[in-house]
Write a protein that binds this ligand. Structure first.
Ligand code: XAF
Length: 240
């Protein structure tokens, strides 16, 4: 693809996020604490503060039957579906479509009492990392969202406090080919999802409130989003 002004930053952040997402949460004692479990979904966080603000990194691992990593990343990246699954979204603007796999978003999200309302500007990049180089390597689809500036929307100019985030949705598709050589159906596929997120809430917000919001919102988001993809794809041909 023709390189654009953000290309080198995107390439560096994507490589760093893919490496980070592929690191397991290891045995207990590595600082990751399991805080939510639901079926195949496991959510971990690390308690970290920067300048007295909670920036707890989050890592969620989920295995969903019947969908592919390409499908998960397609619905996570594409703006036209976002209001369907992002329940806390109040306003989304595509500031720039930089290429067919890279967009610039401005989003305002519903206010979390007693903190002020938040907005965020981030570039979003969809990438397929095929495993052609090493035979049994993982075939990865990923979307990385990373905060950036925009000259027309300075931080904290209006009523919203600007937040800063890096999010990685990393997917690996597993196929169990049917014994009798039949064509692959949705019963023969599953997707291993690793969702990583680090959010700096910008202005001050009480640690207890933020941690309670994260504990409630992240599991709800991942369950709702993956259910949305399952429902959107169930009668469509498989997008590998
Ligand atoms: C899933 C989740 C976790 C933690 C907090 C909340 C939440 N509750 N009420 C307001 C928000 C809120 C405030 C500001 C934000 F930037 C995002 C935000 C969350 C996720 C993403 S994303 O990049 O993962 C998906 C694109 O929207 C972007 C912004 C969410 N939602």
């Amino acid at each position: 693809a023709s390189h654009h002004r953000l290309w080198s930053e995107i390439d560096n952040v994507v490589k760093q996020q893919v490496a980070w997402a592929r690191l397991g949460v290891g045995e207990s004692g590595t600082g990751w604490q399991l805080f939510a479990e639901d079926g195949e979904m496991r959510m971990y966080r690390r308690e970290e503060e920067v300048d007295g603000m909670v920036v707890d990194p989050l890592k969620a691992v989920h295995i969903v039957k019947g969908i592919t990593g390409h499908e998960v990343c397609h619905y996570f990246f594409s703006p036209q579906y976002r209001y369907d699954w992002e329940t806390t979204l109040e306003q989304m603007t595509v500031l720039e479509t930089i290429s067919e796999d890279t967009c610039l978003f401005l989003q305002t999200h519903k206010r979390i009492w007693p903190a002020s309302q938040r907005d965020v500007i981030f570039w979003s990049h969809l990438r397929h990392l095929p495993n052609d180089q090493d035979r049994d390597g993982p075939d990865i689809w990923t979307v990385v969202n990373h905060s950036t500036e925009h000259k027309d929307y300075p931080a904290n100019a209006g009523k919203c406090v600007r937040i800063y985030l890096t999010v990685c949705m990393l997917c690996q598709t597993r196929v169990n080919p049917p014994k009798d050589g039949a064509p692959i159906s949705r019963d023969d596929i599953s997707c291993k999802i690793t969702y990583c997120s680090v959010v700096n809430p910008g202005g001050w917000a009480p640690a207890s409130v933020l941690r309670a919001v994260y504990k409630r919102e992240y599991p709800k988001f991942l369950k709702r989003f993956t259910a949305y993809v399952t429902n959107q794809t169930k009668d469509k041909s498989i997008m590998f």
